[in-house]
Design a protein around this ligand. Structure first.
Ligand code: AMP
Length: 292
């Protein structure tokens, strides 16, 4: 899935993008984040962008188009991406169309978060105050003065994109003034309606746990299967053992039987001898006695 989140600074694009990342397992490509990283790293792009960003202006189109084109080619973007903060001008949108065509990729939807401008200033002031309270570093362009300039550049340079994408039947507009989770639900409904996501796509945790369960089941099955041959081998070995035992038993039995038979024969023979002897004996004695 490839989507664009469109909206003025402070409209919640970043927040929604992160939630979409968790839900659909796609990456967030934020040109603002990439440029801030370039500034922090002191790269040539960063050096070019630093002053422009601090004053609330727009970095040249060719710079951001180059960054996005390279980023889309990264393996983690293969599954899909959310463009957050790009495109910001019509030439950037045209360049994006061109590079997507060139890469044989399709744009699924453009979601516009529509917000009330005066509410945006309040949001930014609250966010800055909260960040300061937490001791976090506040962005140099997150002050009410710079925000006013960023809003002006949104109106003149970015808002024409609403018309651009609506003409191409890509635009969906959502009320960005709703609570965060309501906006998320509305975005999901919109993506469903556009066919950009499967109806069964639930929270990512569910999608994640399903393969996890499957993997567990497979693991158990594999373990069982591994145990099976062992069991079978044991079973196969059993008859051999039994046969051995039986043979031993048979031999023992035969020996016993032979012994018994021999004993019996000996006994019988002895009995016979005794009988014969007793018959003959007295006779002999009698004979001897008779002789005497
Ligand atoms: P953001 O975090 O999206 O509000 O962007 C912060 C700043 O980065 C903007 O005020 C611009 O100076 C610069 N910037 C980010 N994205 C773009 C873009 N697509 N085109 C030009 N400048 C940009």
């Amino acid at each position: 899935m490839r989507i664009i989140l469109l909206g003025p600074p402070g409209s919640g694009k970043g927040t929604q993008a992160q939630l979409l990342v968790q839900r659909y397992g796609i990456v967030q490509l934020s040109t603002g984040e990439m440029l801030r990283a370039a500034v922090a790293a002191g790269t040539p792009v960063g050096l070019k962008a630093k002053e422009i960003m601090a004053s609330g202006g727009l970095v040249p189109d060719e710079v951001v188009v180059g960054i996005i084109s390279d980023r889309i080619d990264q393996p983690d973007a293969r599954n899909g991406f959310i463009l957050d903060g790009f495109p910001r001008t019509v030439p950037q949108a045209e360049a994006l169309d061109e590079l997507l065509r060139h890469k044989h990729l399709k744009l699924d939807a453009v979601i516009e978060l529509r917000v009330n401008e005066s509410a945006l200033l309040n949001r930014v002031e609250t966010r800055v105050a909260q960040m300061r309270e937490r001791g976090e570093e506040v962005r140099v362009d997150d002050t009410p003065e710079v925000l006013t300039k960023r809003l002006a550049s949104y109106r003149t340079q970015t808002e024409p994109l609403i018309h651009y994408y609506s003409e191409r039947r890509k635009l969906s507009t959502i009320d960005g003034m709703m609570a965060i989770d309501e906006v998320t639900r509305a975005v999901h409904r919109q993506l469903l309606a556009l066919g950009a996501v499967e109806p069964k796509t639930h929270a990512r945790s569910a999608a994640k746990s399903a393969p996890a369960k499957k993997a567990k089941a497979t693991k158990t099955a594999t373990k069982k299967a591994a145990k099976k041959p062992a069991k079978a081998a044991k079973k196969a070995a059993k008859p051999a053992k039994t046969a051995k035992k039986a043979a031993k038993k048979a031999v023992k039995g035969a020996k016993k039987a032979a012994k018994k038979t021999a004993k019996k024969t000996v006994k019988k023979a002895a009995k016979k001898t005794v009988k014969k002897g007793s018959k003959k004996g007295p006779k002999k004695v009698t004979k001897k006695r008779a002789k005497r």
